[in-house]
Write a protein that binds this ligand. Structure first.
Ligand code: DON
Length: 350
């Protein structure tokens, strides 16, 4: 009887596996059981690209003069899956400044060094509901730092990174970002110089943090390290791979290196969900339901845990400082591919 049941089970299994097509992404040695098929992703990404390519709403950031000079028409999309399949379209080789997206990775580095409890104690993780560079938030919030993704919290997070000299800290940050991207990244000197010459607001934030004893190295040195980290150049593929490293439990899907500690991933992703798009993070969670981070350079990366990441670069921003086209493309792709983490069907419920 038992032998009969076992053989029926295997018969059903053989039939099932021969009729259910194995997704491309689940073939080969580095398989992801949940990454969607490459052809499907490619066709949805193309639809989104075609739908939004002529959208001219928003405008380049200009409070950092070098960003105003970037061609507003540039538009690139890259998706990297946790099994390292890459789908791209548009201007995917253009190297743009990572800006605030860097904050996610400095947070990861600080947690690698200090652990999440210490980082939470020193920085905190509460939404400010205000602009990314808000001074009022520093004054009003009990933690003063807000969270690691607003400027004040990010400068304080950069001040946590250890090193005997400023150069040592900066080189450590750049090397860490490069490991997450799977390629050596470089500073865009022109952007760094432009921001360094116009960042009085961030210097003021750092002094305010010092008043509240919420910065952990020299304030202006920390702003300089932070300004450099924001000026790191990435293209859409590199950014998507950094996101895919977060999606893949901290392991870079191309190099297989454990860059970010697995146990730190939930803290990072929940912080991105809560504050990744600043004062429009609530609307983003409502419509898209994915942890994401934007930068005023025009990039946004959204992470789909276990599956991969989508990065979009398009310089025109809305009033909150988030790329307009990038938000639209990610929302479109996430809806079509059922990526919203809060959607019952995204976890297999009917
Ligand atoms: O500190 C700044 O203002 C910039 N380096 C980064 C701001 C930013 O990217 C906000 N993001 N949307």
């Amino acid at each position: 009887m038992i032998a009969k049941r076992v053989s029926v089970f295997f018969l059903v299994l053989v039939i099932a596996t021969s009729v259910v097509p194995v997704p491309l992404s689940a073939q080969g040695s580095n398989v992801s059981p949940v990454a969607p098929r490459k052809e499907l992703v490619a066709s949805v990404v193309r639809e989104a690209y075609d739908k939004f390519r002529s959208d001219t709403s928003g405008k380049n950031a200009d409070y950092i003069p070098a960003l105003a000079e970037v061609d507003s028409k540039l538009f690139g999309v890259a998706v990297v899956s946790t099994d390292n399949q890459v789908v791209t379209i548009g201007d995917i080789n253009y190297s743009f400044s990572i800006q605030s997206i860097s904050k996610v990775f400095t947070l990861a580095l600080a947690m690698n060094e200090l652990g999440p409890d210490e980082v939470f104690k020193r920085i905190g993780s509460e939404p400010t509901g205000r602009a990314f560079n808000s001074v009022e938030a520093v004054v009003d919030m009990p933690t003063h730092t807000g969270n690691p993704l607003v400027n004040a919290g990010a400068i304080a997070t950069a001040s946590l990174v250890s090193g005997k000299t400023e150069d040592e800290k900066w080189n450590k940050i750049l090397a860490f970002y490069s490991k997450a991207a799977g390629e050596k990244l470089k500073l865009i000197d022109e952007v760094y110089k432009s921001e360094a010459a116009t960042n009085a607001g961030n210097k003021a934030l750092s002094m305010l943090l010092a008043k509240y004893e919420r910065i952990y190295s020299d304030p202006f040195e920390s702003v300089d390290v932070y300004t450099k980290q924001c000026s790191v150049g990435v293209n859409a593929i590199q950014l998507a791979r950094m996101g895919a490293t977060l999606a893949n439990n901290g392991v870079n899907p191309a190099t297989h290196e454990q860059v970010i500690k697995r146990e730190d991933i939930p803290y990072i992703l929940s912080t991105m969900m809560m504050a990744g798009l600043y004062d429009s993070s609530g609307g983003w969670a409502w419509h898209v339901g994915l942890p994401a981070k934007s930068g005023v350079g025009g990039g946004i990366v959204a992470v789909v845990p276990g599956k991969g990441a989508i990065a979009v670069f398009a310089p025109r921003l809305d009033d909150a400082g988030n790329s307009v086209k990038a938000q639209r493309v990610i929302e479109y792709v996430a809806n079509k591919l059922d990526y919203n983490l809060y959607s019952p069907s995204s976890v297999g419920l009917k």
